[in-house]
Design a protein around this ligand. Structure first.
Ligand code: PLP
Length: 414
C-alpha cells in the first residue's frame, strides 16, 4: 500500500528563537489570494507597490528595491555574485556565523577574500574597519548588520562614509535587524542591503527584500548579458565579465522589475503577496513605533532574566533588541531546558552555533511574536524549566521584573 500520510497538523508553537517566527495572520491571508499571471497589469502594479513599500522600509530613495526569490541568503548571493567580479578583493569583518557566510559566498564568487575577526559577542569600531580598508584596499566591504548567532548589531552609520571616501562598495546583511531596529540605508551611505521576511517582518522564509543604489546598478549593468532566448533588439549589453549566476543576475532582474519587464524567472506570486503585506503591516504600525516595541520587549525580557539570576551574553551596548543571548548556567544542560520549554510549554527558544554552541540560548522577540504576553510566558516557562534542570531561579522574580518594565512603560505599550 502506498502511504499518503496524515493531514498536515503542525503543533501550535510560540517561536521565540532567532527566526523564523510566527507569521502575522494578515500575511497568511495575503498568501491565500488568487494567482495572477506575472505580466498581468494587476500583478505588475503589485510589484511596483512592493518596490515603493520597500523604499519606505529601508528608508531609502533607491529605485532598485526589489524581492529576490529565496531565503535571506538568496538576497546576499544576488548582490555579491552580481557585484563581485572574479579576482576582486572583498573585505569581510567577521563577528559571528553570518560574517563567515558572507566570506564563503564571496569566495564562491571568485573574490580574493580578506577577513578580519572579532571575538563573538563584540563588534568592530569604525577605526578598525577603516584601518583594514586602508591596509587591504578592497573593492567591496561585505558586513553583517545584526548577527543573530551572537545577538550583536554592528553600528554602520560611520562605516558607510568610510567606504564612500575609499571608493569601496558597502554591502550589509540586515536579515535580522530589518523591521526590528533602525536600518537607514541612505543616511548611512550603504550601497546595497539584503534581508529576509522570517524575522522582524513576521513573514515566512522564502523572499529576500534587497535594495541597492545607482553606484551598484551602474556597476552591475556593465556586466549585463541577457539570455539569448529573450534578447530583444535595442538591448545594450555590458562589456564586463558575465555574472556567474543566471537566477541571481541583478542586471536581468532590473530588466524584469523595471519598465522593460523583460521575462526572467516566474515571480513567486504568493511570496510577493506575503512580502507586500508584511511590509504594509510594519509601516502601518510605524517604523519608530515598531522599533520601540522591540526595545521595550528587550528591556522587559532582560530585566526578567537578570532577576532570575541569569547572565546575558555579549557586549550589551550592542545587543540587538529583537534577540537576546543568555548564558547557560553551569551545571545546566541547555538542550534539556529547551526540550522542556518546547514539549511542556510549546515555546521554542534557540540554541547556538560554533564557539557558542552549548554556551548560550538565544531568545527572540521578533515581529509578530514580540509581544508582552509572549515575553511573560517565556520567562515563566524558562523559570520552571530551569528549576527542573536543577537551577534555583527565584520563584516569580523574572515575570515580576518584566511586568514592572511593561507597567512603567504605560498601558498603551505592548
Ligand atoms: C544575519 C543573517 N544572515 C543570513 C541569514 C540566512 O538566512 P536564510 O536562512 O533565510 O537564508 C540569517 C538567518 O538566520 C541571518 O540571521
Amino acid at each position: 500500500m502506498t502511504e499518503t500520510f496524515a493531514d498536515l497538523n503542525p503543533p501550535p508553537r510560540v517561536l521565540m528563537g532567532p527566526g523564523p517566527v510566527g507569521i502575522d495572520p494578515r500575511v497568511l491571508r495575503a498568501m491565500s489570494m488568487p494567482m495572477l499571471g506575472q505580466f498581468d497589469p494587476a500583478f505588475t502594479a503589485y510589484m511596483n507597490e512592493t518596490m515603493e513599500l520597500l523604499r519606505q522600509l529601508y528608508r531609502t530613495r533607491n529605485r532598485w528595491s526589489i524581492l529576490i526569490d529565496g531565503t535571506a541568503r538568496a538576497g546576499a548571493e544576488a548582490i555579491l555574485v552580481s557585484v563581485i567580479a572574479p579576482g576582486d578583493k572583498v573585505l569581510v569583518p567577521v563577528f559571528g556565523r553570518f560574517g563567515h557566510l558572507l566570506a564563503e559566498i564571496s569566495s564562491r564568487c571568485g573574490a580574493d577574500v580578506v577577513t578580519i575577526e572579532r571575538e563573538w559577542g563584540t563588534v568592530f569600531t569604525p577605526e578598525e574597519i577603516e584601518a583594514a580598508i586602508r591596509k587591504h584596499r578592497p573593492r567591496v566591504l561585505a558586513i553583517v548588520h545584526g548577527d543573530t548567532s551572537t545577538t550583536m548589531a554592528q553600528p554602520l552609520a560611520d562605516i558607510g562614509p568610510i567606504c564612500r571616501e575609499n571608493d569601496v562598495i558597502a554591502y550589509a546583511d540586515a536579515t535580522a535587524s530589518l523591521g526590528g531596529m533602525e536600518v537607514a540605508i541612505d543616511a548611512w551611505q550603504i550601497d546595497a542591503v539584503s534581508a529576509g521576511l522570517q524575522k522582524c517582518l513576521s513573514g515566512p522564509p522564502g523572499s529576500s527584500p534587497v535594495t541597492f543604489n545607482d553606484r551598484v546598478a551602474d556597476l552591475v549593468n556593465r556586466r549585463k548579458h541577457v539570455e539569448a532566448g529573450i534578447r530583444a533588439p535595442g538591448i545594450v549589453e555590458g562589456d564586463g565579465p558575465r555574472i556567474a549566476s543566471n537566477y541571481f543576475d541583478l542586471a536581468m532582474l532590473m530588466d524584469y522589475w523595471g519598465e522593460s519587464r523583460l521575462n526572467h524567472h516566474t515571480e513567486a506570486t504568493s511570496m510577493l503577496y506575503a512580502a507586500r503585506e508584511a511590509v504594509r503591516v510594519v509601516l502601518a504600525e510605524g517604523l519608530d513605533a515598531c522599533f520601540a516595541r522591540h526595545r521595550l520587549a528587550s528591556a522587559a525580557l532582560t530585566a526578567g532574566l537578570a532577576a532570575m539570576g541569569l547572565e546575558l551574553f555579549g557586549d550589551q551596548r550592542h545587543k540587538m533588541p529583537n534577540v537576546t543571548g543568555v548564558i547557560i548556567p553551569p551545571g545546566v544542560t541547555g538542550e534539556a531546558v529547551r526540550a522542556t520549554m518546547l514539549d511542556d510549554f510549546g515555546i521554542e527558544i534557540g540554541t547556538s552555533f560554533g564557539p557558542l554552541h552549548g554556551r548560550i540560548w538565544r531568545i527572540g522577540t521578533m515581529g509578530y511574536v514580540c509581544r508582552k504576553e509572549n515575553v511573560l510566558h517565556c520567562l515563566a516557562a524558562l523559570e520552571a524549566a530551569l528549576r527542573r534542570a536543577g537551577f534555583k531561579a527565584h520563584a516569580g522574580a523574572g515575570v515580576d521584573a518584566a511586568l514592572a518594565v511593561y507597567h512603567k512603560a504605560g498601558p498603551a505599550r505592548r
